[in-house]
Design a protein around this ligand. Structure first.
Ligand SMILES: C[S@@+](CC[C@H](N)C(=O)[O-])C[C@H]1O[C@@H](n2cnc3c(N)ncnc32)[C@H](O)[C@@H]1O
Length: 243
């Protein structure tokens, strides 16, 4: 059942829009999983921050982090910019991040419970949009809608950095490449993702091919400045919004 907050979000949307919480991955809505998430995810945002500073992020920048989770990126970006808006559809993630912001006395991180398809940006257009390991929760049609919405929130010339599980290989080699990717899985689920979890990801979530994502990026008005992949599955794109 959607929570009250989510019901309110859905109410404001067109009737054919999906319930983003239903797509969000049940684990992300689960308080115990959320509390243990950072140890499992082992996300170090240092390289992303450095790359975004090189791309022009500064203390006047408005930054949006979509699918912000526990806020690892948002909290690391905050000292470098004017405002970070950390958006996540999960009440459990939002609660944890709000607590972190409050306990840390951080005044320039705003936490919003909303999704890629429902977040309504107000105020100055963003200079930077960041999203990591969240876009794959949406099927491709809705990824395009999410990217289109991201383009509408970003100023021309602004930077979008997308990191996600994206498959950078030909369809003919998919089984072989996915097996090779799974060889890098861990056995302890508290410190990483197991082969079973990766299989569940491929089966039930919506990671897409790099060559499809690149079409989507171009279609909504993003030019790719830089792309990199690890194990042909962990993708990172830095793009700019065309004027
Ligand atoms: C794997 S976590 C990644 C969190 C964080 N970006 C990181 O890299 O550590 C995915 C996050 O995306 C959020 N999420 C899933 N679907 C979403 C949607 N449609 N809109 C916004 N957030 C979403 C989940 O609640 C979860 O916090």
């Amino acid at each position: 059942m959607p929570s009250m907050n989510n019901a309110a979000i859905i109410d404001r949307m067109k009737p054919w829009y999906p319930d983003e919480q239903a797509y969000a991955g049940p684990e992300h809505l689960d308080g115990a999983y959320v509390t243990a998430y950072d140890k499992k995810a082992r996300f170090d945002p240092t390289e992303d921050i450095s790359l975004l500073l090189d791309a022009g992020m500064d203390n006047d920048s408005v930054v949006i982090d979509l699918g912000a989770g526990t806020g690892t990126f948002a909290l690391a970006a905050a000292p470098h910019c004017r405002e970070v808006i950390a958006v996540d559809v999960s009440a459990a993630m939002v609660e944890l991040l709000r607590r972190r912001v409050h306990d840390g006395g951080i005044t320039n991180v705003r936490v919003v419970q909303a999704g890629f398809l429902s977040y309504e940006h107000q105020g100055d257009l963003a200079d930077v949009i960041f999203t990591r390991n969240a876009l794959h929760q949406l099927p491709d049609f809705w990824k395009v809608a999410a990217l289109e919405r991201m383009a509408s929130m970003l100023r021309p010339g602004g930077t979008v950095r997308i990191r996600d599980l994206i498959f950078d290989f030909d369809p003919a080699s998919a089984d072989e490449r996915i097996e090779a990717w799974m060889d890098g899985a861990v056995t302890d689920p508290t410190v990483g993702f197991t082969a079973g979890e990766l299989a569940e990801h491929v089966r039930g979530e919506f990671s897409t091919y790099s060559w499809l994502l690149e079409q989507m990026l171009s279609k909504v008005g993003f030019d790719v400045l830089d792309r990199s992949f690890v194990r042909s599955a962990y993708g990172a794109y830095t793009c700019t919004r065309r004027a």
